[in-house]
Design a protein around this ligand. Structure first.
Ligand code: ADP
Ligand code: MG
Length: 454
């Protein structure tokens, strides 16, 4: 049996003991991420599911697994990870009369139309406030007059602040007047490019990306280090631009600080209009919460809204996630939210957020400081052992603590391949089994990482 089959069998058993709604809520998007020797890592979509499964279903999962594989399992880890390669398990495709609560709709697979657009993201439900008003105005202008106002338009801003929402809103408005609209993440663009090159269908690729009036490319930072893709995008860009076709791009960081992004492409991307989305102020955060409550037909007192908005400041996605969590937990328990119950739910979330704020940059800086080597050496190409091990530790920590994908790790560490990141992760995991010294070192780095004032 492969991992997928094993997990299907476990799910089959779990399904028998749970209500359909519970089963779907907690086990959709779970999968076996790795199964080596007697250790198993189960991928779960978010911290909420992780906590819940650990608390409530761990024993059953363990029993069921041991039954199915017919060996003792020493440890089960639950790790937040999105399963990109596998289709959703078959068990979830069966028709169901009971619909699971949508406990965190930002994590659900998104349905899109042939333009790559999701009708949920429109200007009408986008709250304008300090931090996004300029970006929103520019997007409006571009949607109303593609190819005329600002070309390209580059939307720049931190994670979870509404870049994808605005980019998609442009598309959703524009398809009212033209059908030649295409939204793609830079990852989709890269995959399409690779596939067509492999299959020798360069023409299809060209048709797809150049026969448009409006091209929307999300998360361009992921093109860093992908030379072929960048080249293809550069030509696509020039072709569209020369023909006055509108291009809109988003990036979660300054174009200049995307590692391994070609200069000529970087300069083309910044050649039009750049708008920043910055953190929303408290009034905007409250307005967003009110709007989302209204959409859900749920009501929260202004006290509680205020409390949530003042505690979650960095990301609208997190704000939405917190609200979803509050709604679902109370609906699930059939209780009304109080200041105390909301406080408790947020506390869990804030702890999770602290974990989340571990960034690649942090890990690199702190590891460099810990081993007293320069960042340049740490992520550079030199192969001395004093550099190689810390470098591998950085990659290990990025995966373990930062939940960063292997390709992104490779990219952060001087544009290396994802296989290098995987190898480093395995290598350190292996060394950790026997080296007390290494274990202590990594513990110390982690302590530095998690202490606030370093
Ligand atoms: P990004 O692409 O910048 O990471 P998203 O566009 O995915 O962020 O936004 C995260 C979530 O927050 C989405 O569900 C989005 O609809 C919501 N959101 C972001 N900004 C706003 C806003 N100003 N008004 C309403 N919802 C918003
Ligand atoms: Mg986005």
């Amino acid at each position: 049996m492969d991992n997928n089959q094993i997990w299907q069998a476990v799910l089959g058993e779990m399904e028998l003991t749970l209500s359909k709604a519970n089963f779907i809520t907690w086990f959709k998007q779970t999968f076996i991420s790795s199964f080596e020797n007697d250790q198993i890592v189960i991928g779960v979509p978010n911290i909420f599911t992780k906590t819940w499964i650990e608390r409530k279903y761990h024993k059953e999962i363990l029993n069921s697994l041991e039954n199915i594989v017919n060996t003792k399992i020493k440890q089960i880890f639950y790790k937040i990870e999105i399963n990109k390669t596998e289709q959703l398990s078959e068990v979830f495709n069966k028709p169901t009369t009971q619909i699971a609560p949508d406990y965190n709709n930002t994590q659900q697979p998104i349905t899109t139309n042939r333009f790559g657009l999701n009708s949920r993201y429109i200007f009408n439900n986008f709250i304008i406030g300090k931090g996004n008003e300029l970006a929103c105005a520019a997007c409006h202008a571009v949607a109303a007059n593609p190819g005329v106002a600002y070309n390209p338009l580059l939307i720049h801003g931190g994670v979870g602040l509404g870049k994808t929402h605005l980019l998609q809103a442009i598309g959703n408005l524009a398809i009212k007047t033209t059908t030649k609209v295409l939204y793609a993440t830079s990852e989709t663009f890269a995959n399409d490019y690779i596939n067509t090159v492999r299959g020798g269908q360069a023409k299809d690729f060209k048709d797809r990306y150049r026969n448009v009036d409006l091209l929307l490319i999300d998360d361009v930072q992921f093109m860093g280090g992908k030379d072929g893709t960048q080249e293809a995008f550069f030509h696509t860009f020039n072709d569209l631009h020369n023909n006055n076709k509108q291009i809109v791009i988003t990036s979660d960081r300054n174009i200049k600080s995307i590692p391994a992004l070609e200069k000529r492409l970087a300069s083309r991307l910044s050649s039009g209009m750049t708008v920043d989305i910055t953190l929303p102020d408290i009034e905007t955060r409250i307005a967003i919460l009110e709007k989302k409550c209204h959409e859900k037909n749920y009501s929260l007192s202004s006290d509680i809204l205020n409390y949530i908005a003042s505690h979650i400041q960095d990301s609208i996605r997190d704000l939405e996630g917190a609200l979803n969590r509050i709604v679902v937990i109370h609906e699930f328990n059939n209780t009304l939210p109080t200041k105390e119950s909301v406080e408790e739910i947020l506390n869990d979330l804030l702890i999770a957020q602290k974990t989340k704020s571990i960034t690649a940059k942090n890990i690199i800086e702190i590891t460099a400081r810990f081993y007293d080597i320069s960042i340049k050496d740490l992520i550079g190409k030199r192969r001395q052992r004093e550099l190689v091990v810390p470098r591998q530790i950085v990659m290990f920590l990025m995966r373990e603590e930062g939940n960063i994908s292997y390709p992104s790790i490779g990219q952060e560490i001087g544009g290396r391949d994802h296989t290098t990141a995987i190898h480093s992760y395995n290598k350190i995991s292996e060394l950790l089994k026997n080296s007390k010294k290494l274990k202590n070192e990594i513990e110390s780095i982690k302590q530095l990482l998690y202490s606030v004032n370093v």
